[in-house]
Design a protein around this ligand. Structure first.
Ligand code: LMR
Length: 325
């Protein structure tokens, strides 16, 4: 395991004019918490393949899915300590991007794409830049749905006292508190067990995360609410980035751009085909919120918006809302 954690050392760094060869090999370890067959898992692998192609194998990106290397709570420190060189935590795990957790902020996947790949996305990425962290891109998983083990969560009243697993985000926590629920922050790799042990009644996530981790075995009621999005900031260790030659930096940036363009289309397709599969399986019951029911949720979230506008930045929220799609 230690071998995997070795990262890039000074002597492994190539010079600009050196020919590719074994001594020039650069290995970048990329750790994430979800399954391989998800928008994040597939985009990470796509990025790795593009880098390998563009450098004839001189730069290798090795992807470790399913929290096999680090779980949610550990991966940011591991990145800063260069125990791993790339991670892609969800916004909800990075306080500086919590604005993206606001409910009903995005109209559709195209709107997400235009924010993530446009000027607003650049601004958002700058918020997470530090001397230890080089932000590379924003990736999307898609829209979140809520599920429960015994009933459909339709009106705000249905949430009363329900224990709902959330990611560690104060903004998401506030949303569930406004609905009268009991939000329970739990690391992604512990969700299945927590459902099984009946420590929680429900959870919110994208269809893709729900499907790939088989939450459908334990959660039989899904409300198609599309109330929020799940996405990621792709981050690289800052000093590893700085030590790369300008040529290698531009290769990684180009590969990242290509992978990112692919990501939004991919996430949309995956979530809808996996939803279709779940619907065909007959394992679960589905309920789609009407416009009127969404309005009831929006009313319940009014204080969340008011507080975010006071505490985050009304300008940023506005810039996201008006981005063209
Ligand atoms: C979650 O904790 O539910 C997600 O952030 C997992 C992920 O990385 O998609």
């Amino acid at each position: 395991f230690l071998l995997f954690q070795s990262g890039i050392s000074e002597k492994e760094m190539p010079h600009d004019d050196e020919q590719a060869g074994l001594k020039d090999q650069i290995v970048i370890h990329f750790s994430h918490v979800v399954a391989e067959n998800t928008p994040k898992g597939l985009t990470a692998q796509k990025f790795a393949d593009l880098v390998e192609d563009k450098t004839d194998g001189r730069i290798k990106v090795l992807v470790y899915p399913n929290s096999i290397m680090y779980s949610d709570g550990e991966e940011l420190d591991a990145l800063k300590n260069n125990e791993v060189q790339m991670i892609a935590p969800s916004f909800s795990k990075l306080q500086k991007l919590e604005v993206l957790d606001l409910p009903f902020l995005f109209r559709n996947d195209e709107h997400v794409r235009s924010v993530f790949t446009g000027p607003v996305g650049k601004k958002l990425l700058q918020r997470v830049q530090t001397s230890h962290i080089k932000p590379m891109a924003l990736w999307s998983n898609g829209f979140k749905q809520v599920t429960h083990n015994k009933k459909h969560l339709v009106s705000p009243a249905d949430f009363k006292n329900e224990r709902i697993r959330i990611q560690p985000s104060s903004l998401i926590q506030m949303q569930y508190e406004e609905l009268g629920a009991q939000p329970v922050p739990i690391s992604f790799n512990d969700v299945y067990q927590s459902l099984e042990a009946n420590r929680i009644d429900g959870q919110e996530n994208t269809v893709s995360n729900f499907y790939s981790k088989r939450f459908y075995k334990l959660q039989k009621y899904m409300t198609i609410s599309n109330h929020g999005i799940l996405g990621y900031a792709v981050l690289m260790n800052g000093s590893v980035w700085k030590k790369l030659s300008p040529h290698d930096q531009s290769i990684l940036s180009a590969a990242m751009e290509e992978a990112t363009q692919w990501n939004v289309q991919q996430s949309q397709k995956m979530n809808s085909s996996q939803l279709q599969e779940l619907q065909n399986s007959g394992e679960m019951s589905f309920y789609r919120l009407s416009v009127k029911q969404k309005d009831d949720w929006k009313k319940a979230f009014k204080e969340v918006y008011d507080q975010a506008e006071r505490e985050i930045e009304a300008d940023l929220i506005h810039a996201i809302k008006v981005a063209e799609n």
